[in-house]
Structure formats: C-alpha cells, structure tokens
Design a protein around this ligand. Structure first.
Ligand code: AP5
Length: 229
C-alpha cells in the first residue's frame, strides 16, 4: 500500500511520536501532517528556531542543545503550552520529541485535561543503533522551513538547497558523532521511562522504522488511521 488517500479519517487525533534520535520522527511527522492536515509540533524545531532567532529562550538553551542534553522540563513546558494555545483545539496534533521525560508525560496529561481530550496513541519508531548513526551522520536540514533531507537516503533535488523553499541546507550542530552518542544515552535514561509509561497505559504502538521512508510512512499512517479522535 502506498501512503496516501482518506485524509479526513485522522482529523483531530492527538498522537505522540516516540523513538530514538534519528529514528525518523521528524520525517514521518512531516509526511503524516501533510497527508492528514493536523499540526506537527516538534519541540526540537521550536527550540532550534529560538536559538536561530537568538531570543531569550534561545540564548538559554543553545549550549544545552549543542551538548545533546535535555532542556529543563520547565522551559519545555512554556514552549509546548505556548504553541498548543495558539492552535485550533479541534485540529488535534502530532507531537514529535515531546514528552521525553516522565514529568513531561504529566505535563501533557494536564494540557489534554484542559482541552478535555485524551491521547489517541503513542507511536514508537523502532530501529537499530547502526542505522540511527547512518541516518544522523548524513542528515541535512533546512533552517528556514524545517524540511529534512539525507545525503544518500533522501537527497535534495539541487545539491545543498531545500526542495521546498530553496534555502541552504545545513548539518545540525548536535549531529556530530560524540553528541549523537550522548543523545542516545540520554534517550535510554530519560525517555525509555516514557515508553514504559505509555505501554502500561495501553496506548503504545510499536512501528518498525526500518526500510525506505515511504514504507515506514505506510506503517505509521495505518496506525494513525486506527486512532479514534
Ligand atoms: P529533536 O529535534 O527532537 O531530536 P531527536 O529526538 O534527537 O530526534 P532527531 O530530530 O535527531 O531525529 P528524528 O527521529 O526526528 O529523525 P529524522 O526524521 O530527522 O531534539 C533535539 C534537541 O532538542 C534534544 O537533544 C534536546 O536538547 C532538545 N529537546 C527537544 N525536545 C525536548 C524535550 N521534549 N525536552 C527536553 N529537551 C528537548 O531522520 C534522521 C535522518 O534520517 C534524516 O536525514 C532523514 O532524512 C533520514 N531518514 C528518516 N527516515 C529514514 C528511513 N526510513 N530510511 C533512511 N533514512 C531515513
């Protein structure tokens, strides 16, 4: 099955996308939000934008991102709550990179409670470490529109330029090998408990993230279509 068709069925769902760095959360979130039309909220992208804009938040978090550590929960709470508040509450959302600590799960619970909604599912993208390292070492991103490319697996049409907006593609500061290893450690210590928590609540769905992005998209989007708004 090719990813595509029946966009309306997933409108209004609230989904968390989990997975280690490089598992393809951003890639899959972009494809799913394009197909289904619901907002894609990436805390990593919101934080990187703050850094690029040199806002007060950006200045506080720049060194943390560069080192591959997690931004304190209180700051992440401000970022996520501010973003969710600006959205249409009926539109649903796909959260990429949040929650990634146990206290952030509680924060999301409070946000959903205020909205009078529940979480539809937590999708976990599973892929082995060697593949994660291959994906992260070749990643290039557009600092302007957030589009994600890979030198080998998903090259842009014009070398070094974003297909969407034509701006220059760059390598993320935190994609250097030493930082990637630290991010993988942080995932194991801080985010594995989030996975366990959603498993215990019965909302966790595991999705193999091996294979071409389009093949993974079929699996991810089939899961999304099973979620009730
Ligand atoms: P964030 O941006 O969330 O980074 P991450 O979770 O480490 O995940 P990545 O963005 O690295 O990978 P991805 O899974 O999205 O993969 P992608 O689709 O790009 O966070 C960055 C930092 O911000 C954190 O370290 C932390 O400091 C801070 N932060 C963010 N949220 C936070 C929070 N909630 N609390 C505290 N701190 C927070 O794909 C990777 C590459 O592989 C791309 O090149 C892509 O083209 C390629 N690719 C994708 N799928 C495939 C495929 N199937 N086959 C081949 N290549 C593929």
């Amino acid at each position: 099955m090719k990813a595509g068709g029946k966009p309306g069925r997933a409108a209004g769902v609230r989904i968390v996308l989990l997975g280690p760095p490089g598992s393809g959360k951003g890639t899959q979130a972009e494809l799913a939000s394009r197909r289904f039309g619901f907002p894609w909220i990436s805390t990593g992208e919101l934080l990187r934008r703050a850094v690029r804009e040199e806002s007060p938040l950006g200045r506080r978090v720049a060194a943390i991102l560069e080192a591959g550590e997690l931004v304190p929960d209180g700051l992440v709470a401000e970022v996520v709550e501010g973003d969710v508040r600006r959205r249409d509450p009926e539109a649903g959302f796909l959260l990429d990179g949040f929650p990634r600590t146990r206290p952030q799960v509680d924060l999301l619970d409070r946000i959903l409670e205020r909205l009078g909604r529940s979480l539809g599912a937590a999708l976990l993208l599973e892929v082995g470490e060697a593949e994660l390292l291959r994906r992260l070492s070749g990643r290039r991103v557009c600092g302007s529109c957030g589009a994600i490319f890979h030198l080998v697996f998903h090259p842009p049409r014009a070398e070094g330029r974003c297909d969407g907006c034509g701006r220059e593609l760059t390598q993320r500061e935190d994609d250097r090998e030493a930082v990637v290893r630290r991010r993988l450690q942080v995932y194991e210590t801080e985010t594995a408990p989030v996975v366990d928590c959603y498993r215990d609540r019965g909302v966790l769905r595991r999705v193999s993230a091996h294979g071409e992005p389009e093949e993974v998209a079929v699996r991810v989007q089939e899961e999304i279509l099973r979620v009730q708004p």
